[in-house]
Design a protein around this ligand. Structure first.
Ligand code: SF4
Length: 730
């Protein structure tokens, strides 16, 4: 719609910084994005957007943004043409593969990559297609892989992940999540804070279990817990359910194998036995178990905090098992595994699950022998894979949409490793602490410069919903989309690969018939096949990519509620039953005995999210950094008094793996013995983002370990919370 005959347009689109995917209206003047405001006509976000979403105009137009290909020289980065950059990268990649094999190639994709279907699909084609032995990493081994692993154990496939039926539940227990600030994770629910208040308004309850009285806990009921002891509390909830005959055994019996085995496993973990570790009063634990098992519409939901301790897979597994045993799995208002509603979902899950389980069994990291979750290895070991000699040593590394120097354990080690390899290439729009170490930075588009359909998040929507968008502006400068860059690399490299040859042949064939390849074809196919789609012409008026972006620009709700009674479709095991019994779970339960802290590190460090940060990458937006904002931790006021530490003063935080200096704010809203430090800070001047550099801060992951013994054994998760630390006055 044009404001006048000139060039001001207001385009409906959506934000892709975090999971609610809030509706946005983009103001475009003379082809330039000049403002973003919340879309009041979006059926779910209905006029809500957070400060980060609004501030994104500043990212798109950031003068520090990389908008031309850059090559690193001895004196800094210099601009080069796309052809020069791509030819040299393709040559050097071919040479690495010729000399060392395809096992010498690695790719790391950061969290924003998951928000672009074309980005994900093209990288998969590249890294899997180039040949055997490659290394693939994502941010998932810092936040989600154990959740996927738990699903693989229980349902036979990592891609069946339950979410709380938020719009119908009457009792929501949130563990290790702070949705008021994070806006939801593994859960796409615009206005999630309002949806949680709705639970209370309809007479229900929301309980938040967390070592810190988070912004979410402050608005509902807070139950404090000692960091990294969630698994013990969950075992106690199950013990109470079985011991007090609260378990819905008759109902779930036909759905599961291993119920008696489970009962025996949890028997020793009475609330009295776990209370000294968890800090949770036994009566409170009993009440919680009873309420979960007797409230008709109840759900337990766990997120990041439950994943980044030492027992992430066990904790995620137990969360689902609590929902199951309490009779809340696959129930309205309970915990529900959703899907795209495609025909033949069960068959697809059986095939896909078998394939992914096979990959898990067969693909191992060279360092530490960790299994691959959906093909991805532990990012905590990425540096060691680069600097440890031997077969499959990484010598060519690609990094897209990520800043692992600030997000994986031991960033110092990764910086040195990146400097040591034959080829390192970043696909990014900032010169960051990571990309500063790359031979090339290839400029990519932001979300508003590309079309999109949020494929990754379709199964996690609390209200099944579809939205697709065209690009609202042309790419800024010489930016290109990741899939275009990958396509060019495939075309230019001389690496012999059957997959690459097939991709090139298909691309040529499509070009010959005047329909050059565009990944939108794939997204369109999924939309058409999914619930609400046009079933390839069989369903009149059904959705396609074009209809969504054109006729339903504000998005379309495809069903009022999540579908329940579909558990069988989500299970990949041929028997169609949930498998509770696993030797790996026995091993992890036994490992809980390792909960001791070294005496010289008496406190525990946990992470925390901040409303104006998105991991490491939005600290250069003036709107988000106003008020001379800086990095600070949160410390229990009584602990601080004992150590003679004043509010706002700098402290040194030391762990067995490293130390940082950070100012602390004192609070009573955190468990004694706990210090919370936000991640994503530690900009130290190597990056090209001036405002972020000025804000500086400390890289909290210097306190964490990149040693294989400290990586979670089943899923390769980095250990980022509950880390033993000591705090000293500076
Ligand atoms: S909550 Fe997330 S999706 Fe919504 S506007 Fe903020 S950053 Fe964007």
């Amino acid at each position: 719609m044009a404001d006048n005959a000139s060039t001001v347009e207001h385009k409906a689109t959506f934000c892709r910084i975090c999971e609610p995917l809030c509706g946005m209206i983009a103001t475009v003047e003379d082809g330039k994005l000049t403002a973003l405001r919340p879309d009041k006509e979006h059926p779910l976000s209905a006029g809500f957007a957070c400060q980060k979403g609004i501030a994104f105009t500043e990212v798109v137009n950031d003068p520090d943004r990389v908008t031309t290909p850059l090559r690193r020289t001895e004196t800094g980065f210099e601009a080069v043409s796309w052809d020069e950059a791509l030819d040299d990268i393709a040559d050097r990649l071919s040479s690495v593969v010729q000399r060392h094999g395809t096992g010498a190639v690695g790719w790391y994709m950061g969290n924003p990559g998951a928000f672009s279907y074309a980005h994900v699909l093209s990288i998969m084609a590249f890294i899997k297609g180039i040949g055997p032995g490659t290394h693939f990493y994502t941010a998932s081994s810092q936040d989600t892989n154990c959740r996927l692993m738990a699903s693989q154990l229980l349902y036979g496939t990592p891609i069946s992940v339950p979410i709380p039926d938020l719009t119908r539940t009457d009792f929501l227990v949130v563990m290790g999540a702070n949705p008021v600030v994070s806006h939801g994770s593994f859960l796409t629910a615009p206005r999630i804070k309002d949806r949680m208040h709705d639970v209370v308004k309809r007479g229900g309850r929301v309980v938040v279990i967390d070592p810190r009285k988070t912004e979410t806990a402050a608005q509902f009921e807070w139950l404090g817990i000692v960091p990294d002891t969630d698994a013990l509390l969950l075992l106690s909830l199950l013990q109470v359910m079985f011991a007090d005959n609260l378990a819905h055994t008759d109902e779930i019996g036909p759905l599961v194998d291993g119920l008696d085995w489970l009962r025996a496993q949890v028997a020793p973990f009475t609330p009295e036995a776990t209370a000294p570790h968890t800090g949770v009063d036994p009566d409170v634990a009993r009440g919680l178990a009873r309420d979960l098992a007797t409230t008709p519409r109840a759900a337990m939901y766990g997120r990041l905090g439950t994943c980044v301790g030492r027992y992430g897979t066990l904790t995620s597994y137990l969360l689902d098992v609590v929902n199951l045993v309490a009779g809340n799995l696959d129930k309205p208002g309970g915990s529900v595994i959703s899907g795209l509603g495609m025909p033949g979902q069960r068959l697809v899950n059986i095939g896909m699950g078998a394939l992914l389980r096979r990959t898990y069994r067969r693909k191992q990291s060279r360092i530490g022998g960790f299994r691959a979750i959906i093909g991805s290895e532990p990012a905590a070991l990425m540096a060691k894979e680069m600097h440890t000699p031997g077969e499959r040593q990484i010598r060519a590394m690609f990094i897209s949409a990520g800043n692992p120097v600030l997000s994986v354990p031991n960033g110092d080690e990764l910086e040195a490793a990146l400097d040591s390899i034959d080829l390192s290439v970043a696909l990014d729009f900032y010169l960051t602490e990571t990309t500063a170490h790359c031979d090339y930075i290839l400029p990519v588009t932001t979300m508003y410069e590309r079309d999109d359909f949020p494929l990754t998040f379709q199964p996690f929507q609390a209200t099944p919903f579809r939205q697709a968008t065209d690009a609202v502006i042309e790419p800024v400068g010489q930016a290109r989309q990741e899939w275009q860059i990958v396509g060019e690399l495939i075309r230019r490299t001389s690496v012999e690969s059957r997959v690459f040859a097939a991709i090139t042949r298909s691309g040529n064939a499509l070009r010959r018939i005047g329909k050059p390849f565009n990944p939108q074809m794939l997204a369109n196919g999924i939309i058409r096949a999914a619930a609400g789609g046009d079933a390839f012409g069989l369903r009149r008026g059904g959705l396609t990519f074009g209809r969504l972006s054109r006729d339903h620009a504000h998005g379309k709700v495809v069903s009022e509620h999540l579908k329940t009674g579909t558990l069988k479709d989500a299970i990949s095991y041929l028997r169609g039953r949930i498998q509770l019994e696993h030797e790996d779970i026995v091993t992890e339960i036994a490992a809980l005995a390792r909960l001791e802290n070294p005496e010289e590190y008496p406190l525990r460090m946990i992470g925390m999210r901040e409303p104006r940060s998105e991991n490491s990458w939005m600290h250069n937006a003036p709107l988000l950094m106003r008020g001379d904002r800086g990095h600070h931790g949160l410390m229990n006021a009584d602990d601080a008094a004992e150590l003679d530490i004043a509010d706002g003063s700098e402290v040194q935080v030391s762990s067995p793996y490293g130390d940082i200096t950070v100012p602390v704010t004192l609070t009573k809203d955190i468990m004694p013995g706990v210090i919370a430090v936000p991640h994503g800070w530690g900009h130290k001047g190597t990056g090209g983002w001036k405002l972020a550099n000025k804000a500086g801060g400390a890289n909290v992951n210097r306190l964490t370990s990149s040693e294989p013994r400290d990586v979670e054994s089943l899923s390769g998760m980095a250990w980022l919370t509950g880390v033993p630390v000591r705090v000293d006055r500076v």
